[in-house]
Design a protein around this ligand. Structure first.
Ligand code: FAD
Length: 388
């Protein structure tokens, strides 16, 4: 067992890290809950610079605009983006829509959709969840009815993140209402400016704004179908596990933890150094154990993908553990800081730019990419082999 990066991977990590540190400045850092249009467009420009260096899709095959490396290199990039607090852009295209097209798309779709993603030129959003289909996603009701050479979409999607800047929506819709529920679903890529699409903003606790997205007789060509008709559920599930690797999410929290440890080393509370307090030291030590564990679980999933394996229970283990670790960290940091922990970035007195207040709100997001209960169900069934 070789438990380390290759020299080349290590060099890549150092290069990316140095490049991002040089490009970033504090006003563009996305500390939790400090989103802005300016930061978003800064992130877009930076994505193009990463693309120019061949790094944005370094793990994709060369023939589709990628760097021909493995998922480990792609994960190293994600990790550095998170750690340097770069506003993340293009995730849905890079992590789900792109890989789904590579795996299931036609040659024409690959030529049309992949190069703009690899260049950092487009934004995608994801239309899976519906008002009556969240955890039980296969119950989704949005219809895609065949009409000549077109499909006509009717229905609505919930919690569409990144909708405001999206050029395309990657969505699931029901193409056969009479088939068993997992079998009558298809996967589509639809232009967000298609006539009949409208949105209603849904502001989140962490400052981000998603949307409910409505489809009113939206006509799309047959070429929008990705993969086989009625096989969309299986196509989408293959790529959904990629969402759960989460090295960027891990690294973003890890950066806040590292900053917090540095803060505790120097800061004083009621005249006493936090770093000398046995209570604080033990809490930080426990958190360090959890952070190391989370990182290792994420890297294990990334490594499996680099070997061509499709992680399943492993991805759920990493995701569940990470969501809980983020919550544990936020609660412990709040306890250590007391009322100061609730100060937002606008206050000069907020410790580490208000990141603790921000990560506390962020940590209440327990539902994205599958709720804790759903991940426990997956681990019980597929990880432990317990009956359905
Ligand atoms: C930050 C964020 C971003 C998101 N972005 C997107 C996006 O871009 N596109 C998109 O399509 N969706 C998105 N989602 C939606 C997300 O996928 C759903 O919230 C998730 O699938 C859960 O669905 P729900 O919210 O309808 O909750 P429900 O499924 O209604 O669940 C409610 C509660 O019941 C529990 N529960 C449900 N079923 C079971 C079960 N079988 N066993 C035990 N407990 C159960 C759940 O765990 C939960 O606690 C996002 C969510 C968040 C938080």
């Amino acid at each position: 067992m070789r438990f380390q990066f290759t020299q080349e991977q290590q060099r890549f990590r150092e290069e990316v890290s140095a490049f991002l540190r040089q490009e970033m400045s504090p006003e563009y850092e996305t500390v939790y809950g400090t989103f802005s249009e300016e930061k978003y467009w800064f992130g877009r420009a930076l994505a193009r610079k990463l693309a120019d260096r061949g790094w944005l899709t370094i793990g994709w095959p060369r023939e589709y605009g990628g760097g021909g490396k493995t998922f480990l290199e792609q994960s190293i990039l994600d990790e550095q983006i998170g750690y340097q607090r770069v506003q993340r852009v293009g995730i849905t295209g890079l992590n789900f829509a792109g890989p789904a097209i590579i795996k299931f798309g036609t040659e024409e779709q690959k030529k049309r959709y992949l190069p703009p993603i690899a260049r950092g030129d487009v934004e995608y959003c994801q239309g899976f969840t519906e008002p009556n289909a969240g955890s039980d996603l296969a119950s989704l009701q949005m219809r895609a009815e065949r009409d000549g050479d077109d499909y006509v979409l009717n229905g609505s999607k919930m919690f569409t993140s990144y909708y405001a800047h999206a050029d395309y929506i990657y969505l699931l819709a029901r193409t056969d209402p009479d088939a068993p529920k997992h079998r009558g679903i298809s996967l589509f890529i639809v232009e967000m400016n298609a006539p009949g699409i409208s949105t209603r903003p849904l502001p989140y606790i962490n400052g981000e704004v998603a949307a409910q997205t409505f489809f009113d007789s939206v006509r799309i060509p047959r070429s929008s179908l990705v993969g086989e008709e009625n096989q969309g559920w299986y196509h989408a599930m293959t790529t959904l596990d990629y969402e759960r690797v989460g090295l960027e999410r891990y690294a973003r929290v890890r950066r806040t933890f590292d900053d917090f440890v540095n803060f505790c080393r120097d800061a004083a509370s009621n005249g006493k150094s936090l770093g000398h307090s046995p209570l604080v030291r033990h809490k930080l030590a426990e958190l360090k154990v959890g952070m190391e564990g989370w990182g290792l679980l994420c890297w294990k999933v990334a490594w499996m993908q680099s070997q061509g394996e499709v992680p399943n229970a492993e991805a759920s283990i990493a995701f569940l553990y990470g969501t809980q670790q983020r919550l544990r960290f936020a609660q412990a940091a709040m306890e250590i800081l007391g009322q100061r922990g609730t100060l937002t970035p606008e206050s000069e007195l907020a410790p580490i730019q208000g990141a603790i207040e921000g990560v506390s709100r962020e940590s209440l997001h327990l539902h994205g990419a599958g709720t804790l209960e759903i991940h426990r169900n997956i681990i019980a069934q597929r990880g432990l082999g317990l009956p359905r």
